[in-house]
Design a binder for this molecule. Structure first.
Ligand SMILES: Cc1cc2nc3c(=O)[nH]c(=O)nc-3n(C[C@H](O)[C@H](O)[C@H](O)COP(=O)(O)OP(=O)(O)OC[C@H]3O[C@@H](n4cnc5c(N)ncnc54)[C@H](O)[C@@H]3O)c2cc1C
Length: 421
């Protein structure tokens, strides 16, 4: 333990996203000097980007399904989330003078759907609590003497602190600051880091040129997607997605992206089955398809009897053989379970988030690295993933808090932590 006798302990936080800022909040409420270093010219760039499409900050569903969203990391995330659960997160936002509401999907948003007013109020409060924010300060690893190396507009500098919180983000949208460069630096120091891979991402489907030209950009609404993952688990999601030039993207696809990605990694491809007519049973679709069509074209027959038109009709053509159209049973089966073969996830830089990162086994319960005593990690750089729906930000806030509490315990200031939050 490195309790600093006779002076306030100094903690360096690297990374000014939601996880780092939350660590700064908890630490600055205790008797700790907090310096936060951010590589970009301003903090919270990804947080602000998340606010562009409507900032979905958490979710209102009950505890059990909420925790289930963290999948394989549910157990390790449970105490972390329980210590800063969605209700506590909402109360914290309200304290900053920003109201929240629950949307029809159960997702929680700030009233104005934006991130900027929240970030502004938060930064104001952090500065009042004494947090010193140093932008354009890029951490570049450790020097031979163990000091933190920083690249700043004034040149290279180094720094010592009683504890360090790394909150460097994942590997998506590198232009917003989190570029995953830290992975090799931590590995070189003996930290077990799972490779960063895309999460909440689109997929390549290898469309024909004709289909791509005709339908790229078209939303596909009211479909149900089925997928059997490598362990045999059946996934089913209703919703909508968008046909992209490369393949598929959008909320329905993101929700299935983790098992799809893992199946592609193991098997080379993954086949998603789409129900294009979820309101009708297979028998009903078969009867409609088999209904005599007279002189009408197959396209207008399918449109009038089954409601398959536009991009749905295009998908049906693209993903079935010509023979299917001569066989009512086969055509009905394709409408109810259209096989779409996905070949690869889209690149990590396009993904909403990344999976992989510092393995929980490499840290103690306070999120301190076993290989680097006094160095703590938080946020998306940890090896957990979750779908969109506010689970990502909730996880980042909660792990930021957990790492800060770990720091306080390490500095012998646990009692302050208990009263500070
Ligand atoms: C388009 C988009 C929309 C999203 N929408 C939502 C949403 O609605 N709801 C939701 O829950 N989540 C959403 N997310 C995900 C969410 O924004 C992230 O999970 C979250 O911001 C991660 O927080 P973090 O603090 O771990 O990392 P980041 O926010 O990535 O912050 C890490 C910070 O560390 C800095 N940094 C990195 N390396 C260094 C270094 N070497 N030295 C100094 N600083 C460094 C970076 O510049 C960055 O500012 C969205 C993401 C994207 C891209």
């Amino acid at each position: 333990m490195t309790e600093a006798a006779g002076r306030r302990p100094r903690v360096a936080i690297i990374g000014g996203g939601p996880a780092g800022l939350m660590a700064a909040e908890v630490l600055s409420q205790a008797d700790v000097a907090v310096d936060l270093f951010e590589a970009m010219p301003s903090v919270g760039r990804k947080f602000l980007m998340a606010g562009k499409g409507g900032m979905n900050i958490t979710h209102s569903e009950p505890r059990e399904p909420f925790l289930g969203r963290y999948g394989a990391r549910r157990d390790v995330m449970t105490p972390i989330i329980d210590a800063f659960a969605p209700e506590a997160l909402r109360a914290w936002i309200h304290q900053l003078g920003v109201d929240t509401f629950v949307g029809s999907s159960g997702r929680v948003f700030p009233t104005d759907m934006k991130a900027a007013p929240l970030l502004r109020a938060w930064l104001h409060r952090l500065r009042e609590q004494g947090v010193r924010i140093h932008v354009r300060h890029r951490w570049t690893g450790w020097g031979a003497d163990g000091a933190l190396r920083l690249s700043t507009p004034e040149g290279e500098t180094s720094l010592r602190a009683d504890a360090v919180v790394l909150a460097l983000g994942g590997g998506s949208w590198a232009r917003l600051g989190s570029d995953g460069a830290w992975v090799s630096w931590l590995r070189a120091r003996g930290v077990d880091v799972a490779s960063l891979v895309p999460a909440n991402c689109g997929f390549e489907a290898g469309w024909s040129e004709h289909f791509r030209e005709r339908f790229a950009g078209e939303p596909v609404k009211a479909v149900v997607a089925h997928f059997r993952d490598v362990s045999g688990r059946e996934w089913q999601r209703q919703g909508e997605f968008v046909v992209s030039a490369a393949g598929l993207e959008g909320s329905l696809i993101y929700a299935l992206s983790a098992p799809l990605r893992d199946a592609i990694a193991q098997l080379g491809s993954a086949t998603l089955h789409l129900d294009l007519a979820p309101g009708k049973t297979l028998e009903r679709v078969r009867a409609e398809v088999a209904h005599p069509r007279g002189s009408r074209s197959m396209a207008s027959h399918l449109q009038s009897r089954v409601g398959i038109a536009g991009v749905k009709a295009g998908l049906l053509r693209e993903c079935t053989s010509r023979d299917t159209y001569d066989d009512a049973d086969a055509l009905a089966a394709a409408i109810k379970a259209l096989p779409v073969r996905l070949l690869a996830p889209r690149p990590i830089d396009e993904a909403i988030s990344s999976a992989g990162g510092v393995r929980f086994e490499a840290m103690n319960r306070g999120l301190m690295l076993e290989a680097l005593p006094g160095v703590f990690c938080a946020g998306e750089m940890l090896d957990w993933e979750a779908p969109t729906g506010g689970y990502l930000l909730t996880g980042c806030f909660a792990t930021g808090r957990a790492a800060a509490r770990g720091v306080l315990a390490w500095l012998g200031l646990q009692a302050v932590a208990e009263t500070a939050s």
